[in-house]
Design a protein around this ligand. Structure first.
Ligand code: NAP
Ligand code: G4F
Length: 351
């Protein structure tokens, strides 16, 4: 078993962590994931992959730790001695970062530093992936690429700029294989319920099922470059398999407003005009907003051979089909068809 590669994932129970676990297990990795202590299980997204560690041949191991707790990070890295670390753990909600700026910066910025220091001190040849974000650009110059200056507009974005910079610094100063993925919004049926695409598709399913009458949202004019999470996970893996560490923008290159996503989603679900159901609640406005994000992934196309296959319209269909199933409704079915056609060799479980 000595040749088996070991990966350590922070944020394994999140959207991206769950897909990455499936991808790495499908490639024969032994996967270690950091979960936070809680009095209830918060591992629903990876429950289908988990096996009792007492069973021989188990390749997924969950370990307690926290990005705000240096000792737990150092202990896990020195004990596991991973070949690769995928650092996905974060307080990842932009609006929440205005409510909890100190916690966000501690987790996201200092959490990244804690891991890099643990790698440096361990002297192990660990490859490190940092989940950076298009939020760092602040939407000033569109489309953005790897050379676009940052203009962070939230505590979350500031924390990610620090994470990005410190990752680059440890690469340059200490020769660590440390790479940044500057990912644009990527969504899926496993997206957290409070992010806008999932809030919309879940809200539609609940309205259809007779559980809700209205959906309350904030700024409908903001535009995002929305892609499909499993595709982005393939790019993440590929970034750590390059001969040299480097930074990459990962995006579809197409942008759509929240309003545009609403129109597509309500239409596909057969509910007609979204305005009958959607009300604006200023609570969801942010103290400062990123108005437009569009990414230019030419470098990823050239060096990783990566290009997205799913656009926001198809994404809405995939997410609605899944949410209809979740609420016991018969899905329209086009989303399932898109998955079959575009991903005949899927490595993830369809939700
Ligand atoms: P997510 O679903 O919110 O998952 C984040 C994970 O981080 C969760 O598993 C969470 O644990 C864990 N976490 C939070 N605070 C922690 C702490 N103090 N210690 C240890 N773990 C902690 O996020 P995602 O969508 O998968 O995104 C993955 C990463 O990519 C994040 O860093 C995010 O900022 C970044 N990113 C995401 C996108 C996107 O569109 N999805 C785009 C660009 C960058 P619990 O499960 O216990 O809550
Ligand atoms: O879905 P969102 O909360 O995603 P946001 O803020 O773009 O951040 C996500 O993508 C980033 C990459 O660009 C990641 F780094 C980050 O971790 C996260 O995954 O909001 C999208 C847009 C915003 O402009 C927001 O103001 O939707 C608008 N919006 C309108 N109504 C809403 C709502 N957002 C949320 N969450 N909830 C609403 O009711």
């Amino acid at each position: 078993m000595d040749n088996v590669k070991k990966a350590l994932i922070t944020g394994i129970a999140g959207q991206d962590g769950s897909y990455l676990t499936e991808l790495l297990l499908s490639k024969g990795y032994e996967v270690y994931g950091i979960i936070r202590w809680d009095s209830i299980f918060t591992t629903q997204r990876i429950d289908h992959l988990y096996q009792d560690p007492h069973i021989k041949g188990t390749r997924l191991f969950l370990k307690h730790g926290d990005l705000t707790d240096s000792a737990s990070i150092i202990k896990l890295i020195t004990e596991i001695k991973p070949d690769e670390i995928y650092h996905l753990g974060a307080q990842s909600h932009v609006r929440v970062s205005f409510e909890m700026p100190e916690y966000t910066v501690n987790t996201n910025a200092l959490g990244t530093l804690r891991i890099l220091e643990a790698i440096r001190i361990s002297k192990l040849p660990i490859k490190f992936y940092m989940a950076a974000s298009s939020e760092m650009f602040g939407g000033i110059n569109s489309p953005q690429n790897e050379n676009t200056p940052f203009c962070p507009k939230s505590p979350y974005a500031c924390s990610k700029v620090f994470g990005y910079d410190i990752t680059k610094l440890y690469r340059e100063a200490y020769g660590i294989f440390a790479a940044n993925g500057i990912f644009y919004n990527h969504e899926s049926p496993r997206r957290g319920d409070t992010f806008v695409t999932k809030k919309i598709t879940r809200g539609i399913a609940r309205i259809k099922a007779g559980l809700d009458k209205k959906l309350y949202l904030g700024n409908l004019d903001a535009k995002r470059d929305w892609g499909f999470a499993p595709e982005y996970i393939e790019a993440m893996y590929s970034i750590l398999q390059q001969p040299k560490p480097d930074d990459f923008v990962i995006a579809t290159g197409e942008s759509c407003s929240v309003k545009g996503f609403l129109e597509k989603a309500f239409d596909y679900a057969g509910l007609g005009d979204y305005q009958q159901y959607v009300e604006i609640d200023p609570y969801y406005y942010r103290p400062s907003e990123v108005n437009v994000l569009i990414g230019d992934s030419s470098k990823a196309k050239e060096k990783l051979g990566w290009k997205s296959k799913i656009n926001f319209n198809e994404l809405a269909k995939i997410m609605i089909d899944a949410d209809f199933r979740k609420y016991g409704l018969t899905p329209p079915g086009e989303g399932d068809g898109i998955l079959k056609e575009k991903f005949p060799n899927r490595w993830w479980k369809v939700d």
